[in-house]
Design a protein around this ligand. Structure first.
Ligand code: HPA
Length: 293
């Protein structure tokens, strides 16, 4: 009898601790802070956080206050969620993300996307800083992600599958939304910003790649390399969210130019193209909102 009761208690506890209930808790907490119901979520990578400072009706919530949310430690990442309006579209933006290289598990990295899905968001815009492998790119150019190669060695969907999030074996044939990518290229043209397209290879980091690794990545079809985004895309597609990925080539990848890489350069380039990037995001948000309504 006692054994049975203990068994039920264990099940109840594991249900309460499931990723789904942890996401539910975070969702309730966030939605209680505002009447806005975001349609689009953004993850603003290194240096891009400033965009969220322009939102109307903004409500800012530090990650540390949100139940179960991971906290960002990287330089250039503010670590707060901003809910607000961009030209009449309700959005939720992460000013900074967390990365595997900070020591977080891949499930932690993807957790905010789980929360966005529970919040009822229909689309996510994931931005990042990346190294350019494709020689047609140059420092500061913006690239729409067409596809990715996951070389992080981990997947946030590993482990028991919770059908309330999505199916066991989600399709990744068109992980990056074609229509969203087209909007981005079109809006770029309209704004006079040249937009490239490419394949993003994700590595765990935190060290930058060796020139030999970059030659390998080029051989397998990568145009860009970075340390983020892919876990978020996997979780987003698992829950049926439509995805747009945009990379800023903050530096050419190791060995492409005859010079070493450093994080200050990455931040400085991000800073230089920030205004363009923000103008593009603003325009794309309106187009995406039309498409998902
Ligand atoms: N490699 C990996 N990640 C990056 C790079 C790079 O060259 N630049 C910005 N993020």
């Amino acid at each position: 009898m006692n054994g049975k009761r203990e068994h039920i208690a264990v099940i109840a506890k594991s249900k309460a601790n499931s990723e789904f209930s942890r996401a539910e808790r975070a969702t309730k907490f966030i939605l209680a802070k505002t009447k806005l119901r975001p349609e689009i979520a953004l993850v603003l990578g290194s240096g891009l956080g400033a965009f969220a400072d322009e939102f109307g009706r903004a409500v800012k919530i530090p990650y540390a206050k949100i139940p179960n949310f991971p906290r960002s430690t990287a330089i250039g990442h503010a670590g707060q969620l901003v809910l607000g309006a961009v030209d009449g579209v309700a959005v939720a933006a992460m000013q900074g993300r967390v990365h595997l290289y900070e020591g977080y598990s891949v499930k932690d990295v993807a957790f905010p996307i789980r929360v966005f899905a529970r919040m009822g968001v229909k689309a996510v815009i994931l931005t990042n800083a990346a190294g350019g492998i494709n020689r047609e790119y140059s420092q500061g150019c913006l690239v729409v992600v067409r596809d990715h190669i996951n070389l992080q060695g981990v997947n946030p969907l590993a482990g028991p599958n919770d059908e309330r999030f999505g199916p066991r074996f989600p399709d990744m044939t068109r992980a990056y939304d074609r229509a969203f990518s087209e909007f981005t290229v079109e809006e770029g043209k309209r704004l006079g910003i040249a937009i490239q397209e490419g394949v993003y290879a994700a590595l765990a980091g935190p060290s930058y790649e060796t020139p030999a690794e970059i030659r390998y990545l080029r051989t397998i079809g990568a145009d860009l390399v970075g340390m983020s985004t892919v876990p978020e895309v996997l979780a987003a597609r698992h829950s049926g969210l439509r995805v747009l990925g945009i990379s800023c080539v903050t530096n050419m990848a190791a060995g492409i130019l005859d010079q070493p890489l450093n994080h200050e350069e990455v931040l400085a380039t991000g800073e230089r193209v920030k205004a363009q990037f923000i103008a593009l995001l603003r325009a794309v948000i309106s187009r995406i909102a039309e498409a998902i309504r």
